[in-house]
Write a protein that binds this ligand. Structure first.
Ligand SMILES: Cc1cc2nc3c(=O)[nH]c(=O)nc-3n(C[C@H](O)[C@H](O)[C@H](O)COP(=O)(O)OP(=O)(O)OC[C@H]3O[C@@H](n4cnc5c(N)ncnc54)[C@H](O)[C@@H]3O)c2cc1C
Length: 264
């Protein structure tokens, strides 16, 4: 349990352990720890003039001004540490964001707790527009059959992995047979500025759907800590973002709450 200061001068208790999101296909984004809140952003901005908090109206207006005018450094004083569980190929995409600190499960150290990402649906390849991406869903029957095949393939890969380990092959080599769908887990620590840049890139329809889900969950975590700053920072990038239908529908409530924050 941590105390968060609110922009109106009140305080609220945030149960860190409860800020956790799990997808239908078993990915997870969980808040581990954080430092800072909306007033921290205001205090950081006003230290330059030797002033502090000035009450809700002025403090909100300052956060809005900072976000709208790209004065981003005060947002770096809210620092958030997350635990993320996702398939290896999604982790590789997240790790491309260089301004975070990461620590990750090492398959050189452990051969335990191996599990695999099983998609809830199979999507079809995009043939125009974003050629990296996917569009609709594959036919029901074909999808069911292929999902079974995927599970069997994972089982085979896991069996071979265990055989290599049991025969004395080093973990660092045995892992070559684990497919990209194997789950990995890591800590990701960064500040609100880094995270909102991450959200801008990975929440967009051009990002892989699974990465969009991670970005949406990250945004939900951030909002629970610093709702005013997150709402104004989101407003700043909203016009550049195109949301996929599934993400948009899962974010409806959050978007409404963020819009309410910036309307006050
Ligand atoms: C939809 C999508 C598709 C992608 N497809 C590919 C792909 O096909 N192949 C591929 O290789 N990558 C791909 N990427 C990854 C992309 O190129 C970036 O590596 C990733 O999005 C991280 O972005 P970033 O560098 O802005 O973020 P960060 O690494 O978090 O950096 C944040 C900011 O810090 C600054 N910065 C950080 N490091 C440097 C530096 N060395 N020099 C100057 N400024 C720096 C920049 O302003 C940068 O925007 C894709 C990303 C997305 C979102």
């Amino acid at each position: 349990m941590k105390i968060v200061r609110c922009i109106d001068g009140s305080q609220r208790a945030l149960n860190v352990e409860h800020i956790s999101f799990r997808s239908n296909d078993d990915m997870e984004v969980r808040l581990v720890d954080f430092m800072g809140d909306d007033p921290s952003v205001v205090e950081a901005a006003r230290v330059s003039t030797h002033q502090g908090l000035k009450g809700e109206e002025k403090d909100r207006a300052l956060i809005a001004y900072l976000a709208e005018n790209d004065h981003m450094t005060p947002f770096e004083h809210v620092v958030v540490k997350l635990y993320i569980k996702c398939p290896l190929c999604i982790a590789v995409q997240i790790l491309r964001h260089r301004t975070f600190s990461y620590n990750m499960l090492s398959r050189r150290y452990t051969s335990r707790n191996i599990s695999f990402f099983i998609p809830t649906v199979l999507r079809t390849q995009n043939k125009k527009g974003n050629l990296q991406g996917s569009s609709g869903e594959l036919d029901g029957d074909a999808s069911k059959e292929l999902l079974n095949e995927i599970q069997n393939f994972y089982k085979e890969a896991h069996l071979l992995y265990k055989k290599l380990i049991n025969m004395g092959v080093a973990r660092e080599q045995a892992r070559f047979v684990l497919p990209q769908g194997v789950f990995t887990e890591f800590y990701m620590t960064g500040n609100l500025r880094n995270f909102m840049h991450f959200v801008e890139l990975r929440l967009d329809v051009h990002a892989q759907m699974e990465a969009q889900w991670i970005a949406m969950s990250v945004l939900k975590v951030l909002f629970s800590i610093a709702p005013v700053s997150v709402s104004y920072l989101f407003k700043r990038v909203r016009s550049r973002l195109t949301l996929s239908d599934p993400v948009h529908s899962q974010m409806r409530d959050l978007i409404a709450r963020m819009e309410k924050e910036v309307m006050r």
